[in-house]
Design a protein around this ligand. Structure first.
Ligand SMILES: NC(=O)c1ccc[n+]([C@@H]2O[C@H](COP(=O)([O-])OP(=O)(O)OC[C@H]3O[C@@H](n4cnc5c(N)ncnc54)[C@H](OP(=O)(O)O)[C@@H]3O)[C@@H](O)[C@H]2O)c1
Length: 247
């Protein structure tokens, strides 16, 4: 039986992906900053472990406690919106700490076992905003674009060891907690010079159109993990597929 470890499973894509793999007979190690047993169905194949991806000691302890795994999904992340000029540097640092450095640190902790066993898959969840730029998302986009670049280099290094690496790029998913978290962290959106831009961008966010559902992301992660012929970049969601095709 195969084992997958997923970061950020308390809600959204991580939670859905954990359930998706459990339903298909995988052992799942669902990691969360604050472990909760009640968000996923009870299963002898499920372990919930604590993991804050910004905590180096915590990463070491959790990866050790997890034991051998076959797939790693770096999903934990958050967003924030503000003009580049007014985004507090503290926010920029937090975005990179979680989205970029957290992904790199968890990957680094898992790689020795993948390399030694000459097997394993790393899936990094980034975003379609790295394919088509949107105003107000400079720091978030930069933090995810860095993961795209990191992942593509990683793939070259790990190919000789038979370890696969993939990117899943979700589109806009208003049904997860992502927007709420981003709104709770907003700072720097109220500068008068950017008021018209902010208004028009938020009006665009609210327009109806194709969106991404958590299930789309779970399916894309499944494909990344189980299909060796899958492409390096896998868009997840109807809007994401359109953006990826339009380039
Ligand atoms: N929703 C979208 O529109 C969208 C689009 C493209 C890409 N994405 C990306 O998809 C991923 C999942 O987002 P989502 O939409 O599912 O949002 P979500 O419902 O807010 O889930 C984010 C998860 O990441 C966790 N997390 C945040 N910081 C963490 C840390 N330092 N250590 C460990 N876990 C941490 C959260 O845990 P807590 O409960 O502890 O906060 C939560 O479990 C993120 O990387 C996001 O950037 C989202």
């Amino acid at each position: 039986m195969n084992t997958i470890l997923i970061t950020g499973c308390s809600s959204g894509f991580g939670l859905e992906t954990a359930g998706y793999f459990l339903d298909r007979g995988w052992k799942v190690i669902a990691t969360m900053r604050t472990p909760r047993e009640d968000v996923l169905p009870r299963s002898e194949h499920l372990r919930v472990l604590a993991l804050d991806v910004t905590d180096a000691d915590g990463i070491r302890r959790t990866i050790e406690a997890a034991g051998p795994i076959d797939a790693l999904v770096n999903n934990a992340g958050f967003g924030s919106a503000a003009p580049a000029e007014t985004t507090p540097m503290a926010t920029v640092r937090e975005l990179f700490e979680t989205n970029t450095l957290g992904t790199m640190a968890v990957t680094q902790a898992v790689l020795p076992q993948f390399r030694e066993r000459k097997a394993g898959v790393v899936v990094n969840v980034t975003s379609t905003v790295t394919l088509r730029s949107l105003p107000l998302l400079s720091a978030y986009t930069a933090s995810k674009a860095a993961v795209n670049a990191y992942t593509e280099v990683l793939a070259l290094e790990l190919e000789p060891f038979g370890v696969r690496v993939r990117l899943v790029l979700p589109g806009r998913a208003p049904e997860t907690r992502f927007g709420e978290t981003a709104r709770s962290r907003v700072q720097g959106l109220d500068h008068e010079a950017y008021a018209d831009l902010v208004k028009s961008v938020f009006a665009r966010f609210a327009e109806p159109g194709p969106i991404t559902h958590a299930q789309d992301v779970a399916e894309a992660v499944w494909r990344a993990v189980t299909d060796p012929t899958s492409p390096m970049r896998i868009p997840a969601g109807a809007d994401a597929v359109i953006w990826a095709e339009e380039g």
